[in-house]
Design a protein around this ligand. Structure first.
Ligand SMILES: Cc1ncc(COP(=O)(O)O)c(C=O)c1O
Length: 386
């Protein structure tokens, strides 16, 4: 990683409010939205250029993901994590959500169980319901130092029910935890022992911050036979609206599971998404490094602001992502803290209970924004409590 010290630029609030995306259109203009996981940074220039060129050619038809997407994913995975991906085992999908739901449908019959570890990205619950599976929760636990971890005992208990699949969130949204190799080895061992398929949602993998190291699940011995991974440039480079993600398999057995996805899936992928993803993965690493350096600064800024202005809020700084999981249980339970910050402070945050019952009294704050917006948000949150 290069030692970048200049933070990535963010447009003025007036310009940000002109964005037509959900983050900026959901709340009235007096509310600061630190909600949905998209960032406020200006788009990476190599990506902007590719998109501008496509528009100038009126190149707005259907996507042609192969072979570029597979090569781009393989090149990035190797350069970033030393992970050897076979480009032929990379399958383009519309987005990570569509990929996860499709894989669940391929892995389990209605009525079979699927395990997740809340607090977790809310659609995990929806995908399980969508495919008619039964939900089993194996919640994360906090260790003595407050670090969020997979609860391997809870996972074993859940796996004893012989679920069809486990959806791993790695790194884990909303707590920002980067599971370590030992934990992932234990997950793979349990999955083998109980015959469980693992769907490893690695959408936040490019966003691992200094101080932590990402382990792609498929680099763990034995994982390739029972697991697939989902990757995307949508979080790292803020491309969620363009619709492109990738499923990576590491064995013929798991590629056969991927092969059960709808045959016309390739026509459902965003053409701009493919172009932008290939640009991000092949030429976007310097920008990503600048993003990670910027997020490290914002994380530090947030820590200082919480200490100084929000003494009733506790947190464990995330090891990845631009998402902070704030323990506001001293303020109230359920969605009460979120409501106080929104109603009295005019700051919108994600309410913790959406991430499962362990989220009662928590909020998720998106710090992928400018120093000024973050400072103003915390000031408003502090004044909402005074
Ligand atoms: C863990 C996780 N999975 C999936 C998604 C959604 O990804 P996509 O837009 O590619 O469906 C998000 C978005 O924040 C996420 O955090």
């Amino acid at each position: 990683m290069s030692s970048v010290t200049v933070p990535l630029p963010v447009d003025e609030l007036a310009v940000l409010r002109g964005r037509r995306s959900a983050k900026w259109q959901t709340y009235p203009p007096d509310v600061l939205p630190l909600t949905i996981s998209e960032t406020d940074f200006s788009i990476a220039e190599p990506i902007a250029e590719v998109l501008r060129e496509a528009v100038s050619r009126s190149d707005t038809g259907y996507a042609q993901p192969a072979p570029e997407l597979g090569s781009a994913v393989a090149g990035f995975a190797d350069a970033r994590w030393g992970w050897r991906v076979d480009p032929g085992l990379v399958t383009a999908v519309t987005d990570v959500s569509t990929g996860c739901a499709g894989l669940l449908r391929a892995c389990c019959r209605p009525g079979e169980a699927v395990v997740i570890s809340p607090p977790v990205y809310p659609p995990f619950f929806d995908w399980v319901a969508e495919v008619g599976a039964r939900l089993i929760e194996a919640p994360l636990r906090q260790d003595g130092s407050g670090m969020w971890r997979l609860d391997l005992d809870a996972l074993r208990d859940a796996f004893r029910a012989r679920p069809a699949a486990y959806i791993l969130c790695s790194p884990h949204n909303p707590v920002g935890r980067v599971h370590d190799r030992g934990e992932l080895e234990a997950v793979v061992q349990l999955a083998h022992e109980y015959g469980v398929r693992v769907i490893s949602n690695e959408i936040h993998a490019p966003l691992v911050l200094e101080g932590a190291a990402f382990t792609p699940l498929l680099t763990v011995p034995g994982a390739a036979e029972i697991a697939v991974s989902l990757l995307s440039a949508s979080k790292g480079w803020n491309l969620a609206g363009l619709k492109c993600a990738a499923i990576v398999a590491g064995s013929p057995a798991m590629q056969a599971v991927v092969g059960q996805l709808p045959p016309d899936g390739r026509w459902r992928i965003g053409h701009f998404g493919v172009l932008a993803t290939v640009a991000a993965l092949t030429t976007g690493q310097p920008w990503l490094d600048a993003l990670l350096a910027t997020l490290k600064m914002r994380r530090g800024q947030l820590g200082g602001l919480i200490t100084a202005q929000l003494p009733d809020v506790r947190w464990q700084p995330p090891q990845a992502t631009y998402l902070a999981w704030l323990d506001c249980r001293r303020i109230g339970d359920g969605e009460q803290p979120r409501n106080v910050f929104l109603d009295r402070g005019r700051v919108a945050l994600e309410p913790g209970p959406r991430f499962g019952t362990p989220g009662s009294g928590f909020v998720r704050l998106n710090f992928g924004t400018s120093e000024a917006v973050l400072a103003e948000a915390i000031e408003r949150m502090a004044s909402a409590l005074s």
